[in-house]
Write a new protein. Sequence first.
Length: 151
Amino acid sequence: MTEIKTVLQDYQNREREYLIPILQDIQSLIGFISPDAIAAVALHLKIPTSKVYAVASFYDQFKFLPFAKYRIKVCNGTGCHIEGSGAIYDELVKLLGGETRTELFSIERVQCLGACGNAPVIKINDKFYIAVTLEMAADIIKSIKALEDAP
Ligand code: FES
């Protein structure tokens, strides 16, 4: 809640047209838009919580759940897209049972990860995986699950 208060202090005496920048700042600080954040923003801007939620849920950029333990970023930059990152993303979602957020994993498409010469690229937490194939994607998920299942 301290982080949310800090953001709101930066928007003292601001009106509802600052709703999106406020939500962006909160998400960049805590990683998602929590119910507490929605309530605090509504109070701050003197608008209903339903309005805050309606605006936030309209935009794909806002997430309502924290990232999972393994945050998978699939590069959707031009170089990776040309090299098949869309199929990698689809495969990863398939491997997680059709979900983009599970207990262990969250998957998101992101812009260039800065390793275009090695496309397609994914990043899981701080680790890069380069020239990823569908088989590699399956192996990566399998090895993380095995690591988590180990006693
Ligand atoms: S386009 Fe994927 S790393 Fe740059």
